[in-house]
Design a protein around this ligand. Structure first.
Ligand SMILES: C[S@@+](CC[C@H](N)C(=O)[O-])C[C@H]1O[C@@H](n2cnc3c(N)ncnc32)[C@H](O)[C@@H]1O
Length: 221
């Protein structure tokens, strides 16, 4: 075979080497995020609500319910290390429009580095209207990864209602869950008035653990 010309040019070699480096860097970043998440879960299991960040497939499933054309800020509750934030940007939401509400100060520092044009608020998402008191325009969508089942049903419903008051009519409140039922009660004494529509995505089996995405929209009129 000697003397045969290689089909690859030096530029191809550089590209392949570059691609390997990008893959290695992405894997290292993913491992570091997993370690950060595990530490957060060990410190505050109920607050963190998961032992590792959401996978790409689940993040994409959440982002697909956001229409980037709807004007106004997009609020993310519990962004953690930012997998859903990345998916929102990939979906076409300008980073500048993102308001990230996160309780964990270490995650907030990381988010500020990773998404320098987004607004990162270190605060309590359950006190939504107080935490976002400075907002002066209707929100286009709320995307939540909060571990809702660690809170009483009444508080979950109150969060949804606060979200509806801040959003444009018909805009989505998007919530993922590992559970088989809606994290916002749909029946029973804590469900309140069913003045909203609730739809669930197919289960995302590629996530660990598998999860699905609920989308709640306030009924018009
Ligand atoms: C299940 S993790 C999801 C993180 C990330 N979005 C993901 O999908 O990998 C829940 C996140 O919500 C945050 N969180 C929990 N309670 C919160 C609260 N009351 N206000 C703001 N963030 C909260 C946790 O610190 C954690 O980052």
């Amino acid at each position: 075979m000697s003397g045969q010309k290689s089909p690859f040019t030096p530029l191809d070699d550089i590209r392949r080497h570059g691609a390997r480096l990008v893959k290695k860097f992405a894997l290292e970043t993913q491992r570091k995020d997993e370690a950060r998440f595990l530490k957060s879960w060990l410190d505050k299991p109920l607050m963190t609500g998961a032992v590792s960040p959401s996978g790409k497939a689940l993040a994409k499933m959440m982002a697909r319910y956001v229409d980037p054309q709807t004007p106004g800020p997009v609020v993310e509750l519990g962004p953690g290390t930012g997998p859903v934030t990345e998916a929102l940007i990939a979906r076409g939401v300008d980073e500048k429009r993102l308001i990230l509400v996160e309780f964990n100060p270490d995650f907030c520092r990381l988010l500020r580095k990773r998404f320098p044009r987004a607004t990162v608020i270190e605060g309590d998402a359950y006190a939504l209207e107080m935490t976002l008191a400075d907002l002066d325009e209707p929100v286009a969508a709320i995307v939540s990864s909060l571990p809702l089942f660690t809170r009483p049903e009444r508080q979950r419903r109150a969060l949804l209602d606060a979200g509806f008051r801040m959003m444009r009519a018909g805009s989505p409140f998007i919530q993922f869950t590992y559970a088989a039922v809606s994290p916002i009660p749909l029946k029973g004494k804590n469900a309140g008035r069913r003045d909203f529509d609730a739809k669930v995505s197919p289960r995302v089996w590629l996530n660990l653990p598998p999860a699905c995405v609920w989308v709640y929209r306030k009924n018009q009129g």
